[in-house]
Design a protein. Structure first.
Length: 201
């Protein structure tokens, strides 16, 4: 069971969620007509800024002994990597803004950045779940696609799948004893509120 929980936590790692959001933006909406090369460029840039570079930083910090594990399970070790990630999120925002993406797409990244900022502050006193925050944001974005944003595909099963994935992540974090139910609820609420409100831009 622990092995499955680890796999779910890794596949739906917070470092990957912004890229997943970009993939949804470029495949489920009228933006699907954007040339494949441009889609790949956007996804690559966002994945690099919000996933690959933060991961490389965490690995580097572990190598020199400033963090004890890549999962950052000690909340006291999260300030530096989270703060650096926030700078990279701002860079991603700038990239999307200069690229002239629709407001709701920019709003997704803005909401993710606000949620990360909130988690960075909160985690100095309390171990709020970054996994739940990220999934809460992805659920909010999915619901926003259903309610506020034009889509070109039926969203029922996609929405159900994302909500179930969020539940699976929460369950996995409990199985791995990384968080309490309240930490998961707080994370989900933070991510959901930040992203949903920002996608209304």
């Amino acid at each position: 069971m622990d092995r499955i929980a680890h796999i779910i936590s890794n596949v739906l790692n917070p470092l990957l969620i912004p890229a997943y959001g970009m993939i949804m933006s470029l495949t489920l909406t009228p933006l699907c007509i954007v040339p494949a090369s441009e889609k790949a460029k956007v996804i690559t840039v966002i994945l690099s800024l919000t996933g690959i570079l933060p991961l490389m930083l965490i690995i580097s910090l572990k190598t020199i002994g400033l963090v004890s594990d890549i999962g950052l399970n000690d909340r006291k070790q999260r300030l530096m990597p989270y703060s650096a990630a926030l700078v990279l999120y701002v860079a991603a925002l700038f990239y999307l803004y200069v690229g002239g993406v629709p407001g709701w797409m920019f709003g997704f990244m803005l909401g993710a950045s606000i949620a990360l900022a909130a988690v960075t502050v909160i985690t100095q006193w309390w171990k709020i779940s970054a996994h739940a925050t990220a999934m809460g944001g992805l659920v909010a974005f999915t619901l926003s696609l259903v309610i506020n944003i034009p889509v070109i595909v039926p969203m029922l099963w996609i929405t159900i799948s994302v909500i179930m994935a969020a539940g699976a992540v929460g369950t996995s974090r409990l199985i791995l004893r990384r968080h309490t139910p309240m930490q998961l609820i707080a994370g989900t609420a933070t991510g959901f509120t930040s992203v949903y409100l920002c996608t209304l831009i």
